[in-house]
Design a protein around this ligand. Sequence first.
Ligand code: FE2
Length: 379
Amino acid sequence: MITDNSSLQLEKIVAEAEDFLPLLGTDYVELYVGNAKQAAYYYMSAWGFQPLAYAGLETGVKDRVSYVLEQDKIRLVLTSPLTPGGEINEHINKHGDGVKVIALWVDDATKSWHETTKRGAVSAMAPKALEDANGKVVLSAIHTYGETLHYFVERGAYNGPFLPGYKTWKPYYKSSPVGLKYIDHMVGNVGWNEMNKWCEFYAKVMGFAQLVSFDDKDISTDYTALMSKVMSNGNGRIKFPINEPAVGRKKSQIEEYIDFYQGAGVQHIAVATDNIIETVAALKERGVEFLYVPETYYDDVLDRVGQIDEDLAPLKQHGILIDRDDEGYLLQLFTKPVLDRPTMFFEIIQRKGAKSFGKGNFKALFEAIEREQELRGTL
Ligand code: FE2
């Protein structure tokens, strides 16, 4: 129950967020990867992304290649270096493949940069206008946790395929979409005792408000524990849960991530669908691997979550998890890590009113992750 006082405070934070950093949505997510050409094929064939744009030698870029893919409102950029040394190679050498940029769509990238750096953000790139025959884009960037960046993208005066310097990419290979709609939330794993620091960063520097908080009592199994807080911008389009490890009897999945990623970074990208059963069936058919949840999960799940629109059988068949909050319910499922290192994974989520993140599933989920950790010898 929120007291009047704290709800006033929340309104104040939200009002302020609207004021100094209005965010229209996630513009794109860029991963630095070892082999962008093959990664692009994976995200097209397995995940149903569509080719959108390309930059590389053929477009006058000498040191890197980038493939841009889209599915509904989701844009992925996959970038690999073309030469030894340099920032991209160092990033891949240290972290493996991973998210470098979470780009946010804004009306004014210059103002966004000024407002955030004024409040303490470390600049990664001062506002810069890029132009080509399709118009103008203004970009700016700040640092967040680990070596991850937030770009601010102002594209109101641009009608090209992606950004200036990119050309339309039309390979003859076509894969059909699997029903992914938009990015629901993106989760960051940070180191020991760093969760509050980064939540404060999102509150002070970006004007986000804290939606939810979980401590190790909410999220622990016999072996592992973590703590998590969910930060959201004013209009709720951008939600960033931040996790830190908590002490458990064995190594938590957050520690495993931090060890293999060599620091803080994006743990999972949650993508929304309107029909999780069809989406997950299509992804499985194409080889995407999901966490296995024991069938016993379904024995009493309806006692916990109440009536749902879906038949239980296909949910059970695919291991789709169900949770309910005051506003409705949600269906969700997590992939295994999609990279060689046990780092980043995806969540598929279908919201049916619920605005929460599946707290009721954490225990079953973490036990599933621990079974995987055990196989990797990292528990
Ligand atoms: Fe999530």
